[in-house]
Ligand binder design. Structure first.
Ligand code: BGC
Length: 739
């Protein structure tokens, strides 16, 4: 027995030596119960409480009253605290100064990198490269765990079809299939060899559920949808993340069908625990228990706390409502203590699985911090993922890639040298001072004889046009202009909804002024969401969507601009022409009056086209690919069959390149209507110039299944169209039937 456990009976039960013979999960169950048996009601409620650490310029700090809460056993977990030394210090308070010595859990929003920052998740999803996505999450978890963290509030699995919603940048975009694959890849990366392995942290699937469907794209707003849409479109990515082993779930801020998610038993118990057999714990999103009062479903602290606990919510983030209300409710006989016990069990179990009862300090390693944080390998990984995320939207007359020995190159625009913006929002412990800018990336890439000129031109979002004239003079001196425009980091993420999706401020004025110089212009977009850029598309010859690329922004963009990396990113979300088209997504339904330009009484706008500016799945390369006819190995399949769908793809250009071959399905008739297209598979292939490859997909009955009229999940016999192509629009297809 160690020194601690000789102190009290309680610590003896927590001591590694006392339970090391029981490493199985049943063993954990017994140990959890033995700890629970020692706890007072207040100590139990403390384990259900998560409070924040503050972060100031020197790093994380802790409010004195929260320290007192830790000592009194009123808090079981802390978020926004990181750093080996700092987490160790806080852990010592819990382990040495509380009655039961139960270790704290440390959580943090490690969303797209911890110190080494990767592209915003939406950008990363544009890589369509599951290995790259997993790698980025792995690096993030490796760094985070070295700093004493046990838990990240990621991945965000919210399907988002409204780019006005600023948080679209935190997810994988609009699609169920791609979103599910990426959610699973992120969990695999975050949890690595599993909860308890030293360089992993627990994942937290958020925001459950359907937060991405906030009305009108306004953050925190109401979500309302049929159970069919919920199950068919919004739930699958959360489920995929849980199937990949995610340890925890976070509720969402929105209400759904009149009940805020945090008080929603249908979501938190019926679906999550009963249907999906989820055994981890559920945490609220921030003060969402408290927010049930303004929502209008709870009238005071006690009723809000009871509603959340009874719905199946285990941990209260930051509201302190469980601490304030649960004990009195139990004592008044209004709440069963057994419900609290269940929640405590789920949380303690994770603390055991993490190995914190063996060694509460095992993740706080200054040695690992030194070896891991922003290592050369991590920076290289961030550069690689960032360039894979870049989408080439337009490239007339092969303006790109640029020569490295252009005589004079002008880099212009408010995002050209905007270091802070490069790491985007939710940038964890990332230090923006260490990020590279596009201007720096270009300077590093060009040959010694090239002169690189720079002008800012205007701010990101104010209305001063003063500096535009200077930028025009700079452009006039150059052979080629790289124009970096878009959004600031603060314009995407939480509470960053926009009613306009134009490039903000007076940037459009700057763009038009530079365009008028007649110089060849390459527009580089740095932003977190689809923007409405029809003017750019009509006038600027080359457009590169770089998103907010992270620490290695400059190098990654330069890799693409100068052809060291042949762009391979594909849009994970539709780019509309105008805000009025939203929601606009490829897997729409057909209507009874499909658009016919010659018939007024069909489904369309008087003043806008129906189709997007750039479709889902779209992206160009410096080479070109052609697609042969789509073939199926049988005209008719049964429930038991596998249908083989093939297509020959050829690199018809002069460079080696990567193509993302996409397969879409259309169920022609059903007991309920089906989308015009649904992604059901994709493959990335690398082809040398002139080379061809037969790309093969296997479809099973599962791929043809959907929620039928009676809400059972399965197939219906009938006709299907299957399409293959480089995006959701430019496909070729054939037909088959399911018997
Ligand atoms: C966000 C969550 C985040 C939490 C903790 C909330 O405001 O909605 O996504 O995990 O804060 O920082």
């Amino acid at each position: 027995m160690n020194k601690l456990c000789s102190l009290t009976l309680a610590t003896a039960l927590l001591c590694a030596a006392c339970y090391s013979s029981e490493k199985t999960s049943t063993g954990i169950g017994t140990r959890v119960d033995s700890v629970l048996a020692l706890m007072t009601l207040d100590e139990k409620i403390g384990q259900l409480t998560l409070f924040t650490s503050d972060i100031d310029v020197t790093g994380p700090t802790m409010r004195e009253n929260y320290k007192e809460d830790i000592k009194a056993g009123r808090v079981g977990a802390i978020f926004n605290a990181y750093g080996a030394a700092y987490t160790r210090k806080l852990q010592e308070i819990a382990v040495k100064e509380t009655r039961l010595h139960i270790p704290l859990l440390f959580g943090y929003d490690v969303v797209h990198g911890h110190r080494t920052i990767f592209p915003m998740p939406l950008g990363e999803a544009a890589s369509w490269d599951l290995a790259a996505v997993e790698k980025s999450a792995r690096v993030a978890a490796d760094e985070a765990s070295a700093e004493g963290l046990h838990w990240t509030f990621a991945p965000m699995c919210d399907i988002a079809r409204d780019p006005r919603w600023g948080r679209i940048t935190e997810g994988a975009g609009e699609d169920v299939y791609l979103g599910s694959k990426i959610a699973a890849a992120r969990v695999k990366g975050i949890q690595g060899d599993g909860v308890g392995s030293l360089n992993s942290v627990m994942a937290c699937v958020k925001h459950f559920a359907a937060y991405g469907a906030a009305q009108a794209g306004r953050d925190y707003h109401t979500t309302d949808m049929s159970d069919r849409v919920l199950r068919e479109t919004y739930l699958p990515p959360y489920k995929a993340a849980l199937d990949a082993g995610a340890a925890t779930v976070m509720t969402s801020f929105n209400e759904i069908d009149g009940v805020p998610a945090t008080g929603n038993k249908y979501l938190m118990t019926d679906i999550l625990r009963k249907e999906w057999n989820f055994t981890g714990f559920v945490v609220t999103d921030y003060t969402s228990i408290m927010e049930m009062i303004p929502h209008g479903i709870a009238e005071d602290t006690a009723s809000a706390a009871a509603l959340a606990l009874e719905a199946g919510v285990d941990m209260d983030m930051q509201a302190g409502f469980y601490n304030d209300a649960l004990a009195a409710l139990v004592k008044a006989g209004k709440l069963k203590e057994g419900l609290i016990d269940e929640a405590v069990r789920r949380i303690l179990r994770k603390k055991f699985e993490l190995g914190l009862f063996d060694d509460p300090y095992r993740y706080s390693s200054e040695q690992r911090e030194k070896e891991t944080l922003m290592s050369a390998a991590n920076l290289e990984a961030a550069r690689d993922v960032a360039r894979k995320a870049i989408v080439l939207l337009k490239n007339d007359k092969q303006l790109l890639p640029l020569e490295k020995d252009v005589k004079k190159l002008a880099v212009i625009g408010p995002l050209a040298d905007a270091r802070r913006e490069m790491i985007g929002s939710w940038s964890a412990a990332g230090d923006w001072h260490k990020a590279s800018t596009l201007l720096e990336g270009v300077k590093q890439a060009v040959s010694a004889g090239t002169q690189v000129l720079y002008a800012k031109g205007c701010a990101i979002d104010n209305d001063s046009t003063q500096a535009i004239a200077q930028a025009v003079r700079t452009a006039q001196q150059a052979d080629v202009v790289i124009l970096a425009v878009g959004e600031g980091a603060w314009m995407t993420g939480e509470a960053a909804s926009r009613a306009s999706l134009n490039i903000p401020g007076v940037q459009q004025r700057l763009i038009e002024a530079i365009y008028k110089t007649g110089k060849p212009v390459v527009a580089v977009l740095l932003n977190g969401r689809p923007l409405t850029i029809p003017w750019l598309d009509a006038n600027i010859p080359a457009i590169v969507e770089a998103w907010l690329p992270g620490t290695m922004a400059g190098q990654a963009i330069a890799d693409v601009l100068f052809g060291d990396y042949n762009p391979s990113g594909r849009l994970p979300v539709t780019f509309p022409r105008s805000v009025g088209q939203i929601p606009l997504y490829y897997s729409m339904k057909n209507t009874g009056r499909p658009m016919d330009p010659n018939n007024k009484y069909t489904s369309k706008y008087l003043d806008e086209r129906n189709d997007p500016l750039y479709p889902f799945g779209y992206g160009l390369s410096y080479t070109t690919f052609s697609y042969g006819p789509v073939q199926v190995d049988k005209q008719e399949m049964t429930q038991q069959d596998e249908l083989i769908v093939t297509c020959t793809v050829t690199n018809t250009g002069a460079r080696a390149g990567k193509e993302t071959v996409q397969l879409y399905l259309h169920d022609v008739t059903g007991s309920v209507t089906r989308p015009v297209r649904e992604l059901k598979g994709f493959k990335q292939i690398e082809l040398a110039p002139g080379a061809s490859q037969n790309v093969t997909f296997k479809l099973t009955a599962h791929d043809l299944s959907f929620y039928r009229r009676d809400m059972s999940f399965g197939t219906e016999p009938g006709k299907f169209d299957v399409y293959i192509g480089p995006n959701a629009r430019d496909t070729q297809g054939t037909a088959f039937a399911l018997r």
